[in-house]
Ligand binder design. Structure first.
Ligand code: ATP
Ligand code: MG
Length: 456
């Protein structure tokens, strides 16, 4: 983006007079990552006050900075823009920039797979178009406007992740982004407590259609029974379903996995085979969103096939890593919730890349009152005939441990509440070149550290 401070004042409907105008080429909320030419946005919270860093921001090359109207002692002689509420001003700027931007916007929500699907959609389009996407997980009321404001003016596609923890949040994000295409990857159990039920979660995700452009489309998980009634209830909505079962508009079947990725057949709107260098049938399912969007924008099957071959996902999403002792790790440690743990377990069960199958699971956090039940239910997804070693880490995993004790002997089941050193020891003594080890837990459990410690 390239805007003058005067233009930004206009965007904000502010009556502040700008005497010495400057050009702003980006937005930053952090002086450490600020780029020359950025507008700095200081936030004031209970513990921190970003205004303390405003002068630092200018030293680092900021072109201008916001300043809260009621914050005392604004530094003199600097291009400051006075605002009532920095978050709202940021959102207002993003709304204005969005309105003048010509890119096609794509909004992606769902309980699991938003980041993966965003990477897959951007990956399939980027050989043919200029594509920008949400960095990392910048998917909320701050991250989304920042992402929009970071778009170059000549970008063809903006692929945006939209996250939420309660009703109304996706509505807000989608109305800001006004997407041409939207996708709901799946419905899980995260935020069950805030939303009351899985139906509530489905409704909250479905808010994404409220911002759709006229003529825009929704792609949704057709394997999820809660979504189709919502789709049917919106008479004028153009929607296509994808999935691994039943009669979806685009269906993936015959999924086979090697160390290099997954081969699969699609049926329905397209009838052909693809290969993608990601693992897990859930990631193949996410790939269906990328294929559907690529098809909508007119890419040929051959172009889609070529693009899929080279896609890689953001780290720690079903990432294969060679570890010490010749062990193959599946680093899926970015996060964990019941649906994504089951999906990863399904992959381990189905894979024949290696024969000695291990799962190292960390606590699933933020599940609310039903957390014990959710941990216990994972037992049903662990096929003890097929999975040889189960290592559990974290206080909540005690619940799963107790469920598994009757079906797994002590030598194949380990639980440690506080320290993962026993898991490392167990791996050192018992895993080798025929072992594949899944690492999965909530972000707070940082299971990638097991891999790091093991390799050190
Ligand atoms: P977050 O809410 O943390 O932003 P996200 O929705 O962006 O998560 P990803 O980061 O893509 O999701 O993936 C999180 C975890 O969910 C990973 O372990 C991934 O393998 C798993 N996952 C991805 N897609 C699906 C899916 N369709 N169904 C179930 N699990 C999935
Ligand atoms: Mg994400």
């Amino acid at each position: 983006m390239k805007k003058t401070l005067k233009q930004i004042v206009n965007w904000l409907n502010s009556d502040q007079q700008i005497v010495d105008d400057v050009v702003v080429t980006g937005i930053s909320i952090n002086t450490r990552t600020l780029q020359v030419g950025d507008l700095f946005i200081p936030f004031r919270g209970e513990k921190t006050n970003g205004h303390r860093y405003v002068e630092q921001a200018f030293e680092n090359g900021a072109a201008a900075s916001f300043w809260l109207k009621d914050e005392p002692n604004p530094p003199a002689g600097l291009p400051l823009l006075f605002v009532d509420n920095p978050e709202e001003a940021l959102q207002q700027m993003a709304t204005a920039y969005r309105q003048e931007h010509c890119a096609k916007f794509i909004g992606i929500t769902g309980s699991n797979g938003k980041t993966s699907t965003k990477d897959l959609v951007a990956g399939v389009l980027s050989p043919y178009y200029k594509v920008q996407k949400t960095e990392g997980n910048f998917n909320n009321e701050l991250g989304l406007p920042l992402t929009i404001l970071s778009l170059d003016e000549d970008t063809d596609f903006a692929v945006l992740e939209m996250g939420m923890s309660g009703f109304g949040e996706i509505e807000f994000l989608t109305k800001l982004a006004k997407p041409h295409f939207t996708a709901i990857t799946n419905i899980g159990e995260a935020h069950l407590q805030d939303l009351g039920s899985r139906e509530g979660i489905a409704k909250a995700k479905f808010e994404i259609v409220q911002g759709l452009q006229p003529g825009g489309k929704l792609f949704y998980d057709g394997d999820e029974p809660l979504l189709s009634p919502l789709v049917a209830g919106e008479k004028h909505l153009q929607a296509l379903s994808f999935g691994l079962e039943g009669s979806n508009d685009l269906l993936a079947t015959n999924i086979t996995t090697t160390e290099n990725g997954s081969a699969f057949t699609v049926e329905g709107l397209l009838d052909t085979d693809f290969f993608i260098s990601v693992l897990g049938s859930h990631q193949v399912k996410n790939t269906l969103v990328a294929i559907l969007i690529a098809r909508e924008v007119g890419l040929s099957t051959e172009q889609i096939r070529e693009a899929l071959k080279d896609i890689s996902l953001t780290n720690m999403r079903m990432q294969l890593v060679n570890g010490a002792q010749g062990i193959l790790f599946v680093n899926d440690a970015y996060n964990a919730a019941p649906t994504s743990v089951k999906a990863a377990l399904q992959f381990i069960k189905a894979t024949d890349i290696r024969t000695d199958k291990w799962v190292v699971l960390g606590d699933m956090l933020e599940l609310g009152e039903l957390e014990q039940q959710f941990h216990e239910e994972i037992a049903l997804a662990i096929d003890v005939e097929n999975i040889h070693q189960v290592c559990l880490y974290g206080p909540r995993m005690k619940w799963l441990y107790e469920k598994l004790q009757s079906v797994l002997p002590a030598g194949r089941l380990l639980w440690t509440a506080e320290d993962y050193a026993p898991i490392i020891k167990h791996l050192r003594e018992n895993a080798g070149t025929d072992s594949i080890v899944l690492l999965k837990g909530s972000r707070g459990m940082a299971l990638e550290n097991v891999l790091k410690a093991f390799n050190d």
